[in-house]
Ligand binder design. Structure first.
Ligand code: GDP
Ligand code: IMO
Ligand code: MG
Length: 430
């Protein structure tokens, strides 16, 4: 029986998952998204094309690979329709290469309206949601009200839709939002449903387990990051799904014993979009410089990302939660502007030095304690081989390996597919 490898983010999202999945795809028969929805924005760059995917897995551009949207994902038909049209224009045969789990849940127009109403009601405490209806859609899933891809093919689909929308109207009226006009949104939504009906709908748990039995290789693609996990992230400033490795099992229906390598991705520094605590955040010109050099603006919402130094207590935590077997470091090129760089090694937790991630990481509980390292003031973006990296970057990687006790297998030095350096330790063929 083959194992399924998992690739996921170890921070607050946007670590470069899309780019790395695209790089690794030639080693796999199937790429399968296991959670989240179009709150994700996964950016791929190759042959002068820059493409952002929201729901479709990042293996879609490679010729022979099948891409599966698993049961753990929530799908907005309208956003997916736009994705399909863009991919078709680029020559991708989505009807052949993309399979949807019948058990994946649908995001309704009213989920988005509920998301906005919920955020508005929170005032200063708002989560900073992408407002894609993710929270309300997962609430309906766990509340056992949701509509699924498989329901689209049933005769009573419209009836089920109306029942759910009626429930939503009820809740919206309690937010003070009566008489919402849905006609235009519903027209678009049902048109998009017709488009999704043309795709292949499958029992993805049977499909994927069957493929593993046949010896086919699978890479499970995560969205968001472990620090946004609903259970273990910086709650309540998190997303509404489990984003950690265990969610690859529940979001695809594959057993824990089938998990092989776990690739954990981290930037060489740290970013966050939306509200919530961020111990190593740089609110000064250093943070501004990282944002500018790293082009740190959200792929889904365009919001400026908050930037800061790498946080080792947080990384140790997410490596532990995910059982990471290989580390991937992205955006090493972005730190080329600095003579020295800092890494948070511990938190000062009310006078006590700790190196674990505590219950609350709000500024009143934790203050970052830094170690300063030498930077590499050299442009990395044209490097072809890991042998050519500056000694200071090599020292940085070795330091991280020692601290985190996981080998670094890939170092990314630019957004393009080709700007990827493979290290010797890796099991990934270069
Ligand atoms: P994802 O959500 O984890 O897939 O990441 P995003 O696509 O939201 O954000 C990562 C951003 O960094 C995108 O604009 C990528 O094109 C870009 N990127 C990925 N790897 C690198 C890298 O090594 N260097 C630079 N400069 N940009 C990168
Ligand atoms: P990818 O897959 C970065 C953040 C939002 C907000 C919180 C809740 O591209 O890494 P939600 O829309 O889920 O209700 O928002 O989570 N967030 C992300 N931040 N990258 C993402 O996805 C994110 N998806 C959600 O900014 O703080
Ligand atoms: Mg992203």
């Amino acid at each position: 029986m083959m194992k399924a490898d998992v690739l996921l983010g170890l921070q607050w999202g946007d670590e470069g998952k899309g780019k790395i999945v695209d790089v690794l795809t030639p080693n796999y028969d199937i790429i399968a998204r296991f959670q989240g929805g179009p709150n994700a924005g996964h950016t791929l760059e190759f042959n002068d094309i820059k493409h952002v995917l929201h729901t479709v897995p990042s293996g879609i551009f490679r010729s022979d690979t099948i891409n599966v949207v698993g049961n753990g994902v929530v799908i907005d038909p309208v956003i997916m329709q736009a994705e399909l049209e863009a991919l078709t224009k680029l020559g991708v045969d989505v009807k052949k290469k993309l399979l949807l789990s019948k058990k994946a849940h649908l995001i309704l127009p009213t989920h988005r309206i509920l998301d906005a109403a919920s955020e508005e009601s929170k005032g200063k405490e708002k989560i900073g949601s992408t407002l894609k209806g993710i929270g309300p859609a997962y609430m309906d899933k766990t509340g056992r009200n949701g509509l699924r891809i498989g329901d689209m093919d049933e005769d009573d689909f419209k009836e089920k839709y109306n029942v759910l929308v009626e429930k939503h109207r009820h809740i919206l009226s309690r937010f003070g939002k009566q008489d919402i006009s849905l006609d235009e949104l519903e027209n678009k939504w049902f048109t998009a449903i017709d488009t999704l009906k043309e795709l292949q709908h499958i029992d993805s748990e049977h499909y994927l387990n069957g493929k593993l039995k046949q010896g086919k290789s699978i890479l499970a693609e995560g969205a968001q990051g472990a620090l946004l996990d609903i259970d273990f992230g910086s709650y309540p400033f998190v997303t509404s799904s489990n984003t950690i490795c265990a969610a690859a099992c529940t979001g695809l229906g594959i057993p824990p014993t089938s998990i092989g390598e776990v690739y954990g991705i981290t930037k060489a520094y740290c970013t966050r979009v939306g509200s919530g605590p961020f111990p190593t955040e740089l609110l000064d010109e250093t943070g501004e410089l990282i944002r500018k050099s790293g082009n740190e603006f959200g792929a889904t919402t365009g919001r400026p990302r908050r930037c800061g130094w790498l946080d080792l207590p947080a990384l140790k935590y997410t490596i532990m939660l995910n059982g990471v077997t290989q580390l991937i470091i992205t955006k090493a090129d972005v730190l080329s502007d600095f003579d020295t760089i800092k890494v948070c090694t511990h938190y000062d937790c009310k006078g006590e030095l700790i190196d674990y991630f505590p219950f609350d990481i709000a500024p009143e509980y934790v203050k970052p304690v830094y170690k300063t390292l030498k930077g590499w003031t050299q442009d990395l973006t044209g490097l072809q081989s890991i042998e050519d990296i500056p000694v200071e970057l090599n020292d940085y990687i070795n330091y991280l390996e020692d601290e985190l006790e996981v080998p670094v297998s890939i170092v990314s030095v630019g957004p393009d597919r080709t700007q990827t350096l493979i290290r010797e330790k890796t099991t990934v063929p270069s």
